[in-house]
Design a protein around this ligand. Sequence first.
Ligand code: OXT
Ligand code: ADP
Ligand code: MG
Length: 593
Amino acid sequence: MGTAESQVAATSDVQQHPGTTTAASSPVTDGFHLVIDALKLNGIDTIFGLPGIPITDLTRMAQAAGMRVISFRHEQNAGHAAAIAGFMTQKPGICLTVSAPGFLNGLVALANATTNCFPMILISGSSEREIVDLQQGDYEEMDQLAIAKPLAKAAFRVLHAEDIGVGIARAIRAAASGRPGGVYLDLPAKLFAQTMDAHAGRRSLIEVVDPAPRQFPAQDAVQRALELLKSAKRPLILLGKGAAYAQADADIRAFVERTGIPYLPMSMAKGLLPDTHEQSAAAARSYALPEADVVMLIGARLNWLLSHGKGKTWGGKDHKAWGGQKFVQVDISPQEADSNVRVDAPVVGDIGSCMSLLLAGIGPNWTRPPADWLTAIAERKAKNIAKMAEALAKDPTPMNFHSALAVVRDIVKANPDACFVNEGANALDFTRSIVDMYRPRKRLDVGTWGVMGIGMGFSVAAAVVSGQPVIAIEGDSAFGFSGMEVETICRYNLPVCVVILNNNGVYRGTDVNPGGGPDVAPTVFVKNARYEKLMEAFGGAGVHATTPGELRKAMEEAIRSRRPTLVNAVIDEAAGTESGRITNLNPKSGKKS
Ligand code: OXT
Ligand code: ADP
Ligand code: MG
């Protein structure tokens, strides 16, 4: 990699900058180059961002220094791109924004990264401290550090060029170590132009050694967990996105297969083992959860997505009652256990280390779970799969979610290495259960918050990071949150195939204004919108698909050609339900809690 010194020598605009050479002509560097060199020194080669005061030159210089600078149309999408790049690579993704409004636009992604345990660093330029602190009305004045703090795992500000190396090292460690998360790094405008001796500058940079150190669990914790699992009559493993993130794929698979315990993948853990694996209990979810007696969580939290580990989902008498399960929880965070219900066997450490010890501990004489448990799950599974096959075989006009997603399912099966992005409500939930995944970390979706707007940011990052084709299955509302990034996709000529499951609105397009006035209902969009023309506007391929055959042809062609493509798949506007599978979370007027 280039040193600070060589960067200055190589970059003409620095030499034009006053103060970059001294009277004695000893080499100097500046804040811009120290930031770039610190990132490069740590193996960070891509920045997702949006230029403007005070970071425009930083984007130019980063590009001149050989970094990939992916420039977006809105910072939120750049932030989501950085976060998912972090999830895919275990290296913090970098999002670079301008001050106040650009910074604020990046905050949803920063907070979402923290919530989802994705390592990312939001770097924002900021206004002059002296003016901000006296509230004298600077250009884009805002106390960004204070605002970012509650939304980030950590937040830092660098005031002096000689501290840039430390600032970036601290940000990397905070983002990647322990439970990963979003980190904010505040770089005031004045910092970039500060100069210092190039040799001293180079010495001030830190190449972070072991940014996410392995953390082995205690041997007695491993034994306790194995004893509990051994005692189970109806054990179940839940794989979460932490397990996918950990890249311990072989050990996780070996543990599942050697114990013979059925498993359920959370959404972004789909594909960690292929969804077609015979031990997958995904198609028997609502049977397996309440019936299980010992549940092992690997990188999954007992949050709302798992009904907090209690209530009717788990066989409890009412919505708050414990279902009687005992829990093993494998997690890097020592505070996660007992956050919702009692965890009988916490195993605290990084999943790679934990799984290697758990695997070693099961030994050759492990008894597989009782046959009646496995048979019961297999029967429920077969029933649900048959029901699903029936629904998928129908060919209604217009298409419904099932007939469109039957096509997507085939395309993913034929292209298991393609990355898969998914958001919406019905467009999310139907896709999750219909489209099987075959490889780890391919399914990228709305995650812990169910946040809309990840679609195009995730797609851009997935294409850039993996070099593989990307398939994005989008509700028409979901797409709207980041739709302008189709220009970004075309600009970088990325192999992204966006499929909009277009049912004319949020959840469906059939609602009517209950007040009878001239406005349409809040959930309804322009009917029969031609989203594909957005992609055509920027030189990509747009397809209006009204049949499964047209959809299949368009997707096959998109994957073959690697050309940016948007398929507007017209879905029956009455096909969706309110909030998809989580209708029950909508508060009802007058309902007692
Ligand atoms: O066992 P049972 O019988 O129950 O069956 C289950 C499985 O066994 C079975 N299954 C299978 N059968 C056969 N074969 C196979 N292979 C198989 N696999 C599974 O299928 C069922 C279901 O299985 P699942 O999914 O595993 O089980 P379940 O019970 O659903 O799991 C529970 C959950 C909670 C884990 C799961 O439902 C889940 O992960 N849900 C995530 C939900 C979510 O996050 N939704 C997104 C948010 S909704 C809402 O908030 C929206 N907004 C508001 C908004 C948001 N979010 N963000 C921002 C920034 N602003 C506003 C908006 C605006 S969604 C939305 C837009 C919606 O409109 P769109 O146009 O975009 O989308 P459409 O709805 O399409 O119009
Ligand atoms: P899901 O939504 O798939 O259920 P969650 O985001 O709720 O997953 O949970 C992920 C969990 O994984 C978090 O509690 C986090 O601390 C944990 N985690 C993330 N990375 C690692 C890792 N490398 N080792 C151990 N645990 C991890
Ligand atoms: Mg819709």
